[in-house]
Design a protein around this ligand. Structure first.
Ligand SMILES: [Zn+2]
Length: 122
């Protein structure tokens, strides 16, 4: 990376992070819908169904309505980003841990509660 590109990337990096995470909330809501549908039809082995079951074990049962409300209300901030999956599935604010980009992979955000990992730069 040249000095110039570092300079350009720095100020917008946090905003890009938040934007990348915001884009994940509708996908997590879609996973809730798939997971509930899988469960209802007996396909309990899918990833989405397993996430629904795990969230239900943690507390309140997962419903489509509540997940949709939470997906709309998801609002990470640059200094307090929380996991979209934990929030949409369970209403829990789990802190994300950012992993520095390397030559092989872009920066990503990890959740140590549910194991989700999100790429936070393109
Ligand atoms: Zn999580």
């Amino acid at each position: 990376m040249t000095h110039l590109s570092a300079l350009v990337a720095a100020p917008s990096g946090q905003a890009l992070r938040v934007a990348a995470l915001l884009r994940q909330a509708p996908f997590e809501f879609a996973r809730v819908v798939y997971g509930l549908s899988d469960q209802a039809s007996g396909r309990t082995g899918t990833m989405a169904a397993a996430d629904v079951a795990r969230a239900a074990r943690q507390g309140a049962p997962v419903t489509r309505e509540r997940a949709e409300q939470r997906a709309r209300a998801y609002l990470p901030t640059a200094d307090q980003a929380h996991c979209p999956r934990c929030w949409v599935f369970s209403g829990i604010k789990s802190p994300l841990h950012f992993r520095e980009p390397s030559e092989e992979r872009p920066e990503s955000a990890l959740c140590r509660v549910c194991g989700a990992e999100y790429a936070t730069e393109v």
